[in-house]
Design a binder for this molecule. Sequence first.
Ligand code: TYM
Length: 331
Amino acid sequence: METVVSGIRPTGNLHLGNYFGALRNFISMQNEHNCYFFIADYHSLTTHPTPGDLYGNVRQVMVEYLAAGLDPEKCTLYIQSDVPETAELYLFLNMNAYIGELERCTSFKDKIRQQPQNVNAGLLTYPTLMAADILIHKATKVPVGKDQEQHLEMTRQFSNRFNRLYNVEYFPEPKAFNFGNELVKIPGLNGTGKMGKSEGEGNAIFLADEPEAIRKKVMKAVTDSGPTEPNQAKPEPIQNIFQLMKVVSAPETLSFFEDQYNSCNIRYGDMKKQLAVDMVTFTEPFRDKIKAISADNDYVAKVMRLGKEKAHESAAKTIREVREIIGFKSF
Ligand code: TYM
């Protein structure tokens, strides 16, 4: 049994990228491992949400975790800010995280481009906070999408550096994980890049989306005028539609449209109609459960209290030991 940690930022409803990159793994790992899954609300402060949005989104992600099948008895489900030991470890790790390596981080460079008016220190030290989340429970496995790979590399760097500095073998070397062994990147619907909330309107399909909303978004997905030669390589927007079909549709459906593409008979309108039907079917079980759980305030609050208690117990032990290693001892 290994210790597993992962989290999702509360920026709104969860989308299919979150599901296939992370949540799907959480659901199966809770049965075999010692798992801590949290809502990364400290991390979301880098974009300055209003208190109302933050509160609502934290609750929504917890509801969706539960609706997707996470069981608070099998794993520890908690809110990052309910465990302030994380913030203390973040402070310690920042003391031996170097500006140069933080500035070279791809996600930092992306953020500078996306929000040049708000390049705050939280963005720069985002990877040390993430390392603190993982190391506070001494996790060895971290289920994440492809976009988090570099952050995990940095976590290993910080972990090893701490051990070397204090000449201990305290923190493990956590590894990014996805079953199927390859980290995934689920594309969005607007032709380029990954599915994501900040990637523009209509780019993401949410687990909570109503069927009509899914149909509208899928039918608007970017395509082109179609292949002109048999077995032609697919341009990115077309690859993306096929990739999405691969994750939600039956293998026969995918191979039917592959054949149509390769013989230049494809009609993207038909393909998108089918993709929309399969996405509606795929998200169906989530929709009803999200509504039911969201209506049960007492249950959601109880889950949050239980998670806080369990996560705190593990985090407090680590912080006690880390303080001792660093040399903070009582006089
Ligand atoms: P976040 O909130 O951006 O995304 C949550 C998880 O969903 C995955 N993901 C995707 N995977 C595949 N394709 C996509 N299009 C896609 N979009 C999102 C992400 O890889 C991630 O696993 N920094 C993290 C949250 C975090 C964390 C941690 C994760 C904070 N501390 C400690 C693991 C361990 C983040 O911003 O993810």
